[in-house]
Every structure is written in C-alpha cells, then in structure tokens.
Design a protein around this ligand. Structure first.
Ligand code: EPU
Length: 341
C-alpha cells in the first residue's frame, strides 16, 4: 500500500545540514513500481518535484512548493556471477555505507575506498561520488531509472551515465526527469586494492599494514574520514561544499609559479586539480565561525551548521569564501552540493 503524502512537512531532519525548510507534500517511496502513479499524483498536485535520498548533498535555500519524493526502497540482489566477477543490483533507498559494509562482508570487493560517504545508493551516481582514489563510475555496470517526463523506464550503461568529476548525465540532461531506482555494481571476489592516496598510505603505514586487504582499506578509510570529516548526526554538514577547481595547464602553471606550495594533482590533458581546502585555509577561513555557520576546523572544504544557521547564513559565508579565494588566487570555487534557491 502506498503511504499517504504528508502535507506542509518539515524537512529539517531530512537534510544533513539541518537547514529549516518545508515541503508542500512529502511522499515516501517504498516501492519503485509505484513511481508512475506517484509522479503522476505529484504532477496533478502541482509545483516542482524533488527527489530526496539521504539529503546529504543539498542546501535548502527555500521551501519546496510541490512534492518531495523521499526514496526509501530496499533490496540487494545478485544478478550474475562469472568466475570472480559479481554483478549486484541495489535499490536506490539503501544507505550507501551499509551497502559498502554488506559488499565487504560478502567478499565483493571494489567499494571499500568509498566507505562512510553519507547518503543513499540512488544518489551516488548523480554526483559520481568519489574518495581516496576511486570513483563510483569505476564500479557501475548500469543504472535503472524512471523518466517522469517521458513516462518510461530507462536503463543506462556506465558510459551513458557520462560521469565526470562530481558530475553525470543525471545533473544535466536527465536532471528533473530521471529518478534512479536501482544501481548495478560490477564487483570482484578478487582482492585488488587501491591505496595510493597519500592519506590512506599514511594511515596504513601507521597501522603497520604491509599486505593490504580490502578490509584494511575499509578500516583505514573510516579512520581517516572520522578524523577529518564531521559526522552529520553530530554537526550539520554536506561534505565538501566546493568542488576542487581544475585549471587548464597554463593557468595551473601561473598559480604554481606564484604559490609553489599549493596542493595539486594532475588531471586530464595537462590540467591540474587544486585542493580547494588548501586555497580556503590559506585565506584564513579554517575553523572560522559566523553565528552558527562555520568552516570545519579539521577540513576547510566543509561548511558546518553549529545549530541554528539558516541557508542565508551559510550561503553568505560561502560567497565570502569564494570572494577571498578569487581575490588572492584568481580561482573561482564552484559549490558542490545542489543549492535550491
Ligand atoms: N588541505 C588543506 N587544508 C585542509 C584540508 C586539506 O590544505 O583543511 C589540503 C591538503 O594538502 C590535503 C588536500 O588539501 O592533502 C586534499 O585534502 P583531502 O584529502 O581531505 O581531500 P579534498 O580534496 O579536500 C576530496 C573530495 C572528498 C573526498 C576526499 C578524499 C571533493 C570536492 N572532495 O576532498 O569528497 O572524501 O577528496 O578522496 O572532491 C565530498 O565530495 O563531499 C567529499 C567529502
């Protein structure tokens, strides 16, 4: 049975920045098969339709005048096993970290670098989540979705997701139309580990690990994240608030000539990705606080809500950070979460 939509619903507990916002209608989605009926009902009710997973990558700058579809669908199914390869389809409403734990427990490897990322499985392909040297797209076989505009089911291959750095077709052509229902992962029972990320190497060395297993990587990633990133249940945040800027070779060379210590990594075609956290910290923002809006004191790329910050407080702080990074380094920082204005 489809649960009835709640009207004038509070969204504060449904976003990890804990910003106050309300939805004209809040509709829980427990079964993806209900989406044709639920999206039709949302259209009839009027206003916009917003799909919400864990609410860990959104800034509610306003109320939602239409329907919030809260994805709560559950289920993990093995589609195929071929030798050491395993293809597993996971429902959109599953918690991301719980799924990573489940995969590890089954000996399905490849997701351990992505441990402890807040949010749901269905939200993961939208921004192509990535951490510690692995991007989600490296592990995706296909994504299933309901197209609420054309009213048809879609299956997108990994290539069709057109994933980039914190980017995908779901943020572009399929924004406001595709509702991801399942993600199918291509994993392996072999233990290939990726542990070249500097923080990860340091943590593994500190633990005296030499023969690195996926469990070691998982434990090390959890430890690094817990040390640096605030737990949204304790301190409101949406992870990195800005993308790391990727500068073409000539601009990167100019920046490095002026600031040789700027943390950076090579990107495609001679471009360089710079650590936005470093740029922000150099401008003196790390640990800064303005009312209840602040910059995390252990990771300058994370904006936090110490309690009662409004979206205006947070976005005002973000704008001032952008202005000072632009003035000092000539670099424009782009917000990473979806900002609803
Ligand atoms: N740094 C500073 N000051 C700080 C923090 C970091 O100068 O306060 C410098 C250091 O040089 C550090 C470098 O920045 O080596 C990179 O920092 P970190 O390893 O913490 O990663 P990040 O670039 O800030 C990105 C992702 C994170 C992901 C980590 C680990 C983006 C926007 N963010 O952060 O993803 O967990 O790498 O792979 O790409 C997210 O997207 O929400 C997120 C948390």
């Amino acid at each position: 049975m489809i649960p009835p939509a709640k009207t004038d619903a509070d969204l504060r507990h449904l976003n990890t920045l804990h910003l106050p916002a309300r939805a004209a209608r809040l509709q829980q989605v427990d079964d993806a098969a209900d989406l044709p009926a639920l999206t039709e009902a949302a259209r009839t009710a009027g206003g916009s339709v917003l799909v919400l997973g864990g609410g860990s990558n959104i800034v509610f700058g306003r109320d939602v005048d239409g329907t919030v579809l809260h994805m709560r669908t559950r289920g993990i199914d093995v589609l195929a096993r071929t030798g050491t390869d395993v293809l597993v389809s996971v429902s959109a409403g599953e918690n991301w970290h719980d799924w990573v734990v489940c995969a590890l427990a089954h000996g399905w490897h490849g997701l351990e670098n992505l441990a402890l990322i807040p949010g749901t499985v269905g939200a993961a392909p939208v921004q192509n989540i990535g951490a510690y040297g692995v991007e989600l797209i490296d592990r995706i076989d296909h994504v299933d979705a309901w197209d609420m505009v054309d009213r048809r089911w879609l299956r997108l291959s990994a290539a069709e997701c057109r994933a980039g750095y914190r980017d995908s077709v779901f943020k572009r052509e399929l924004a406001q139309r595709a509702i991801i229902t399942r993600v199918a992962f291509s994993l392996t029972t072999e233990a290939h580990v990726r542990c070249d990320y500097a923080d990860l190497q340091r943590e593994l060395a500190a633990r005296g690990v030499t023969q690195v297993t996926p469990q070691h990587v998982f434990d090390a990633v959890c430890a690094v994240r817990r040390a640096k990133l605030p737990d949204p249940a304790v301190l409101g945040n949406a992870g990195s608030f800005f993308r790391n800027p990727v500068l073409p070779a000539a601009d990167a060379a100019r920046l490095l000539a002026a600031h040789p210590n700027a943390a950076h990594y090579p990107a495609a075609r001679g471009a360089m990705k710079f650590a936005a956290a470093w740029l922000i910290e150099q401008c003196g923002w790390k640990g800064a606080r303005r009312g209840d809006a602040g910059v995390h004191d252990r990771q300058a790329l994370v904006l936090v809500n110490h309690g009662e910050a409004s979206a205006t407080d947070l976005l005002g702080l973000a704008t001032d950070i952008q202005a000072s990074v632009r003035a000092r380094f000539g670099v424009t920082l782009e917000p990473e979460p979806l900002i609803l204005l």
